[in-house]
Write a protein of this length. Structure first.
Length: 315
């Protein structure tokens, strides 16, 4: 015998109102219809659910047991329905922005991982600063950036990866040199320092690093594109400080450059997932989970191919 019909709703409404006439009004049914439904339910169960000798009517002991179980069942069904609606019919949008060095090695995999659970995917690239501005103006919902932006209050931040900085030299130029360079050797190597655009995250990071080392290295060439930077180094124009993800972004240049450890001290760059404080915590967790899986399972093995020492614990 199944109780999964609207007689249970009638039963619960009658329990709340404790009046056949009030229950009829609330459910927009006739009083006789309410009476028939309750009688049918009682006949199916073989017990009286209400003590009709009392005014207002009250539940019998058996009625109290059914009420408790019916409420639990209805709450469980409502939760399940809500989860189904949220998961299948109200699929979220994924509007994501990444820095340029993640455009090839990260963004396609991210889109592939979330597209089945998204109603729409929007992906853009830019500098950390422009992505945070887009986030604040609600043009995107998630930003993968290389700056913590600690001065900005209220943002949700998750660290998803940390990458070491490297010394990038033209392959032909550095082929005859030992694997490790000193800062004195670098400054006197005869090639100019190629600087990342100073208003970008990479440029600020490199400037701060060299300043802390009290190194005054002039840069007469400044670019804002990782692709342009690797082309310059590959063509023997100069050397730079960059991140290994830049090689994954431009694999066609890999054979023409050499990735070397920076002289001490080491320099690393955390990558953060940043979202607005009003964003769904469930969605933030999901984006963070997908991102870490991509870095751990796809990007890290590729970095190991470029330079195994990149993955060794920092001293």
């Amino acid at each position: 015998m199944s109780l999964l019909h609207n007689d249970l709703d009638v039963f619960l409404t009658l329990r709340d109102t404790r009046s056949f006439s009030l229950a009829a009004q609330k459910l927009t049914l006739t009083q006789s219809a309410i009476t028939k439904k309750i009688q049918r339910l009682e006949n199916n169960l073989g017990v009286d659910l209400f003590d009709r000798s009392k005014r207002p009517i009250d539940l019998t002991k058996e009625g109290a047991v059914l009420m408790h179980q019916a409420k639990l069942a209805r709450e469980a069904l409502e939760r399940t329905a809500g989860e189904i609606r949220e998961g299948a019919f109200l699929r979220p949008e994924f509007r994501v922005g990444t820095i340029e060095s993640l455009a090839k090695c990260f963004l396609p995999s991210f889109i592939a991982n979330v597209r089945q659970e998204a109603s729409r995917v929007l992906a853009v690239t830019g500098t950390s600063q422009t992505l945070i501005s887009a986030l604040q103006h609600r043009e995107i919902d998630f930003a993968f950036v290389s700056d913590l932006f600690s001065e900005m209050q209220g943002l949700t931040r998750l660290k998803v990866f940390e990458e070491r900085s490297v010394l990038l030299m033209p392959a032909k130029f550095a082929a005859g040199h030992s694997k490790k360079w000193t800062w004195d050797e670098i400054q006197l190597c005869g090639l100019p320092y190629l600087q990342y655009f100073r208003d970008g995250g990479a440029g600020r990071l490199n400037d701060t690093y060299l300043s802390l080392l009290h190194l005054d290295i002039p840069a007469r060439i400044e670019v804002d594109s990782t692709s342009t930077m690797l082309s310059l180094v590959a063509n023997g124009i100069g050397w730079t400080i960059t991140r290994a993800l830049a090689i994954l972004q431009n694999p066609e240049k890999a054979k023409d450059v050499i990735v070397l450890p920076l002289p001490a001290p080491e320099l690393s760059r955390p990558l953060y997932l940043v979202a607005r404080p009003d964003e769904s915590q469930r969605l933030i967790s999901r984006v963070g989970e997908v991102s870490r899986e991509i870095f751990n399972n796809e990007i890290t093995p590729e970095l190991k191919k470029i330079a195994p020492w990149l993955l060794k614990p920092k001293k």
